[in-house]
Write a protein that binds this ligand. Structure first.
Ligand code: SAH
Ligand code: F3S
Length: 473
């Protein structure tokens, strides 16, 4: 059977899709690049913002014609929308064959096979208990197993994701994640290290540790969060050149984590620390458990250990009750911290979350105005920071040939900026060397930046410069 996976949403979803593909491949099926070439399509969905269920429903609807021509074709959804409203979508859509929540991805191969063999009809895999009164899920029951570490994508990548903790206990009043991905459950350290080693053996040089709140990681249920402890262990893996993690919660960002930037050579000077708002009143209403002042103190601490630290963040405008003064506080905080980049979101009421029930919802027009002003400020700040790169030489981990520039390479700086550059295989920059002259994939090279924009840095390998580190065999 050939299958196609369409992934929406966050890096956790990308990771889950890779795992799902691994499970299906292990069961003897083949991943293909288009739905047309496949016998089954799986849409791995996201529920975080906007009218995601409508988006998913209309995407599913586009398969009606394919299914009419090929009645055995299977269409299913997995992930957070399936977890949240899978039952309703299955009942409504004649096209949809299955909905499997984030907790039960391991069931995907058996379900797809059963549907193809007609031993199964429509499937809803969502055995999580619901409270009969409220219809809400029992969050404790959302504990689900991590998929085994030996399942890796067949095509190796230079940069690989590893989920180290899933779910979230923080219960921010705007956020649906605790309801779709359940409580925080950390993965066993041995499993994480085994998966890291396996990725490195397959060619990975960079590992990105993932979790909704990655720094809530605990080595065991009875221990306090100690994500720094895990970083030291992963950072010591042989063959690893770079280590990153995302997303952290400010609450668990402490001195050991700040110190790790100075002490773990592979750990990149980059921190994504969502602040959401600069107003203490809004932060309190969001249940974020810190003030704007606490946040700034933590960034100062991190910068003491990593003076070149690039900090990025997530911001929400138009949270219920947000006044002009609250919004002004967010603008101030953004300037004071000097974020390298920021994701700005308009508050979107999520069904089942406390903030959605608040009466003080901010009108759409006000949200849009604030969004425009904040994006403009973030953009201006980005241009200022990014110009610093022009004329500088930066260390780039090469991920492969650049997609849209046949004769160039693509990689990232330690602080996560994408770089597109010319190789130097024939004796220096600007010689027009083609990517296949010498395969730079997986190497660390020094690149001189000629032009810097917030979207990408462009440049060329330092003249005569050999790769900084040859790829391990
Ligand atoms: N665990 C992360 C956030 C995960 S969700 C943390 O520490 O905050 C990714 C981002 O989506 C959030 O940081 C938030 O900015 C945004 N987001 C989540 N729910 C939202 C909602 N209801 N409306 C608008 N943005 C939202
Ligand atoms: Fe969501 Fe807050 Fe957790 S934003 S993922 S509930 S930290």
């Amino acid at each position: 059977m050939r299958f196609y996976i369409h992934t929406m949403g966050c890096q956790m979803n990308e990771y889950d899709s890779v795992k799902m593909a691994g499970l299906l491949e292990q069961a003897g099926h083949e991943q293909v690049a288009t739905p047309e070439d496949a016998d089954a399509t799986i849409i791995n969905t996201c529920h975080i913002r906007e009218k995601s269920e409508h988006k998913v429903a209309s995407l599913v609807g586009t398969f009606a014609e394919l299914k009419r021509r090929r009645p055995d074709y299977v269409v299913g959804i997995t992930g957070c929308v399936a977890q949240g409203v899978g039952k309703e979508l299955l009942a409504k859509s004649p096209v949809l064959d299955f909905a499997i929540g984030s907790t039960e991805l391991a069931k995907v191969p058996a379900v797809v096979e059963g549907l193809r063999a007609h031993t199964l009809a429509k499937v809803l895999a969502d055995d999580v208990d619901r409270d009969p009164q409220t219809g809400k899920r029992n969050r404790e029951a959302l504990h689900y197993p991590f998929i085994a570490p030996d399942i890796l994508p067949q095509r190796s990548t230079v940069s690989a994701f590893i989920t180290v903790i899933k779910g979230c206990d923080k219960m921010c009043t705007f956020c649906v994640v605790p309801y779709t991905r359940g409580m925080e459950v950390s993965r066993a350290t041995d499993e994480i290290l085994a998966e890291g080693r396996a990725h490195i053996a397959h060619g990975a040089r960079e590992l990105v540790l993932l979790g909704q709140n990655v720094n809530g990681f605990r080595a065991s249920k009875t221990e306090k969060p100690d994500f720094a402890g895990l970083l030291y262990k992963v950072g010591a893996l042989e063959g690893l050149k770079r280590l990153r993690y995302t997303t952290s919660h400010p609450r668990h960002f402490d001195e050991p984590l700040a110190r790790a930037f100075a002490e773990i050579p592979a750990l990149c000077p980059y921190l994504h620390l969502p602040v959401q708002s600069g107003s203490d009143a809004v932060l309190d209403a969001m249940n974020r458990s810190y003030t704007a002042g606490d946040y700034k103190t933590k960034i100062d601490l991190a910068r003491r250990f990593a003076p070149n630290l690039a900090v990025s963040t997530d911001l929400i405008v138009g949270f219920p009750g947000e006044t002009d003064a609250d919004f002004a506080a967010t603008m101030r905080l953004v300037e004071e911290v000097g974020f390298e980049s920021a994701f700005v979101f308009k508050y979107s009421p999520r069904p089942g979350t406390p903030a959605a029930l608040l009466e003080s919802q901010v009108p759409e027009g006000v949200k849009a105005e604030r969004m425009t002003a904040l994006l403009k400020l973030c953009d201006d700040l980005q241009w200022t920071t990014v110009r610093r790169y022009e004329g500088q030489s930066v260390e780039v981990l090469v991920e492969g040939p650049a997609r849209d520039h046949a004769s160039r390479w693509f990689g990232r700086t330690p602080d996560n900026r994408p770089v597109i550059f010319e190789g130097a295989a024939n004796g220096g920059a600007g010689t027009g060397a083609t990517p296949d002259t010498v395969d730079l994939t997986g190497m660390l090279v020094d690149v001189t930046i000629v032009k810097a924009t917030p979207h990408a840095l462009t440049g060329a390998v330092v003249a005569g410069g050999a790769p900084v580190l040859a790829r391990a065999a």
